[in-house]
Design a protein around this ligand. Structure first.
Ligand SMILES: O=C(O)CCC(=O)C(=O)O
Ligand SMILES: [Fe+2]
Length: 343
């Protein structure tokens, strides 16, 4: 059989498996590993079209909230401001906001991260494994390129917790996703120079994320980020159709990316501490390996569906009435991964 026919047969098999798996998810809310793998395979075989089609279906099933008050860390996004920003992001795959986190908030988050024990990427065995024991980050004694806080540690920081419920972020995510967003992932980590070791595991080689059908991440720089201490690198416009030559899963070299897209599309996103960036990481991206210094980054992901990879839920306690109101009003957004403890 020639390659074309082989691909057609593969497509039929993966399409069936995806269709069956997605229908099962819609009935039961459960996503099987087999269906998740079929989504990834279909994404590659159709160079993205399969995900775009599913997203169109989801738009009808999860119509936008009409009552969000779009005010928060991104400013006041009413009067069409979010739509214009989302349109720019639709073109480029990322958006750098003018608004930044306040110095006080950045300072408090930095202090929390400097004093709270964290796991670290353990390179002593293969795979992307984090240590079970936690240590307080010490940049003078590097033992890993990446130190990642547990979800429990993230929700224990009042300032990070606040950001999870920020209504300007929710509003922007809804504008970009075109439907009710789901908060599906949070991450908070330090990066350090580590002589090129663990680059793949630390997401420092180009790749695309594909845990969900459609998703976007907010990045918050908590330290100043320049070309030497790990800017987020993004290939402008690469969130659209996947080029034939790059239609596979895995990690990609800078050269491979440059051949397809050209150097001028490869953007290094530097920024002062407090910077806020939205990124559609279905496009090619990486964290640049650090040459010196350190980077502290907080990240929140919103998706259009929980279909795909499974993550464990996070137990939370809500003290403030405002957060309680938001949580219950937008339970479809916050209730998927955040579970009220002691209920
Ligand atoms: O460290 C970065 O800038 C990118 C990390 C990454 O690949 C991701 O968050 O999906
Ligand atoms: Fe990534």
């Amino acid at each position: 059989m020639n390659n074309f026919l082989i691909n057609q047969v593969k497509k039929i098999i993966h399409r069936n498996s995806l269709r069956k798996g997605f229908a099962h998810f819609q009935e039961t809310g459960l996503s099987t590993h087999e269906a998740y793998i079929a989504m990834r395979n279909m994404f590659i075989l159709t160079r993205g079209v399969s995900n775009d089609k599913l997203s169109e279906e989801i738009k009808n099933q999860r119509p936008k909230y009409l009552d969000i008050k779009p005010i928060g860390v991104l400013g006041d996004l009413s009067e069409g401001k979010a739509a214009a920003m989302a349109e720019k992001m639709e073109q480029d795959g990322y958006y750098i906001f003018d608004n930044v986190l306040s110095e006080d908030v950045v300072g408090e988050i930095f202090k929390y991260a400097s004093t709270t024990p964290t796991s670290y990427l353990d390179l002593s065995s293969p795979g992307q494994k984090y240590s079970t024991h936690e240590i307080v980050f010490d940049e003078s004694k590097p033992i890993s390129p990446r130190y990642q806080f547990s979800n429990t540690k993230i929700v224990s920081s009042p300032h990070l917790f606040n950001l999870l419920f920020d209504q300007s972020l929710l509003f922007f995510a809804q504008e970009y996703l075109g439907c009710k967003p789901i908060l599906d992932l949070v991450a908070f980590w330090w990066s350090l120079p580590f002589q090129g070791q663990g680059k793949s595991e630390a997401a420092q080689l180009y790749h695309f994320d594909l845990d969900r059908i459609k998703f976007m991440k907010f990045f918050f720089y908590i330290t100043d980020v320049d070309t030497n201490n790990g800017p987020h690198c993004y290939v402008r416009g690469s969130h659209r159709a996947l080029p034939k030559s790059l239609a596979r899963d895995g990690r990609f070299s800078d050269d491979e990316i440059e051949k397809s897209y050209g150097k001028s599309s490869m953007v290094e996103i530097c920024g002062k501490k407090g910077s806020i960036i939205a990124v559609d990481t279905r496009g090619f991206h990486k964290g640049k390996e650090l040459i010196q210094g350190k980077r502290l980054l907080f990240q929140i992901e919103f998706a259009n569906s929980m279909f795909g990879q499974s993550y464990p839920p996070i137990d939370i306690n809500i003290d403030s009435e405002a957060h309680q109101d938001i949580y219950s009003k937008y339970i479809d957004t916050y209730g998927e991964i955040l579970q009220l403890a002691n209920v």
